[in-house]
Ligand binder design. Structure first.
Ligand SMILES: [Zn+2]
Length: 318
């Protein structure tokens, strides 16, 4: 989450003014299948489309939810197909949902080796867009326990091998374990220049940013960037861009988490503070301000970067 700071009404109005133009966007990382969206998912898809979101990726974390992700994908894509026949352009809603399958390091204790076998089977049968989210996470003391960390490393390595074997990009979740993750990526010969890949919700420092980009990964930027106090992150992004160009970035909401600061309210009920795909333009706006690149130019570049990272060729149409 971004922190406790909430934007004042004046700041929110100002920020909304800055977002008058809509640009085509790809939300490269969501958990839009989460139950917190069950009551109004359809409206949220329409809202996202009205804010320019054309594609979103549903990213896996637990084997038990893989079917739920496919169901959510079907419902989003059906909505877009049914709206394609509408005569009135204003009622159109054309958001395409995609799937990444993976076993998240934070939930390592819930994963079994059988889940890994099932995962590969689904990769063969259904060919997802990517493998993710996978990686290492030592954020809590419990995650640092040697036996837990060893299991994380095994599952990370095994899923990298699946990605390499099936020529799929990976979505990395790395928190407080960047050096170890880089070592495993190198040992398993994961070449992001060839396969693509995203270091999702990038949270490291300047050196880590450069190291992931050097391996060919794009850095996934979330609503954290909208927080002026996220100085380390903002600096790391600037440094990565200075040395590797804006080609190294993609954006994401990671909804329902990482709510942009201007969308947070002091009302702490779940439905008010959850993040939604329609908030993605705030990430674009903050990044545009930080890097001093106009919205339109940045949006187009981010679209291309996302396609490069996911090894797809989705048409950009304004
Ligand atoms: Zn995630």
């Amino acid at each position: 989450m971004c922190g406790n700071e909430s934007a004042t009404m004046a700041e929110r109005i100002y920020a909304r003014e800055a977002l008058k133009n809509i640009y085509p966007l790809i939300d490269t990382h969501t958990h839009f299948d989460a139950p917190v969206f069950d009551t109004d998912r359809r409206q949220q898809v329409e809202q996202a489309y009205s804010q320019g979101v054309c594609h979103l990726v549903l990213v896996g974390y637990l084997y038990h939810y893989f079917d739920r992700m496919y169901d959510t994908q079907d419902s989003i894509n059906e909505l877009s197909q049914s709206s394609a026949t509408k005569a009135n352009n204003q009622d159109k809603c054309n958001v395409t949902a995609h799937i990444a399958l993976g076993l998240h390091p934070f939930y390592i204790e819930q994963h079994t080796y059988d889940h890994l076998i099932q995962l590969e089977q689904m990769v063969i049968e259904r060919r997802p867009l990517a493998i993710g989210e996978i990686g290492l996470d030592t954020f809590t003391d419990a995650m640092k326990q040697p036996d837990v960390f060893v299991k994380q490393k095994r599952f990370f390595a095994a899923q990298l091998d699946i990605a390499v074997a099936h020529r799929l990009p990976v979505m990395l979740h790395i928190r407080k374990a960047h050096a170890e993750a880089l070592a495993i990526l190198k040992a398993h010969k994961y070449d992001a220049h060839k396969l693509g890949g995203i270091a999702h919700s990038f949270s490291g420092g300047e050196q880590e940013a450069k190291a992931f980009v050097k391996l060919g990964f794009k850095l996934g930027i979330t609503g954290q960037i909208t927080n002026p106090n996220a100085k380390k992150l903002r600096r790391a992004i600037q440094v990565a861009v200075e040395s590797h160009g804006i080609e190294c970035l993609v954006i994401e909401t990671d909804c329902p988490d990482m709510t942009p600061i201007m969308c947070q309210t002091t009302d702490n009920t779940d439905s008010h503070n959850r993040n939604v795909p329609a908030n993605l333009p705030w990430v674009l706006a903050s990044l545009s301000e930080l890097l001093e690149i106009p919205h339109d130019k940045l949006a187009k570049q981010l679209w291309q970067n996302s396609c490069d990272a996911l090894k797809v060729d989705w048409a950009y149409s304004t």
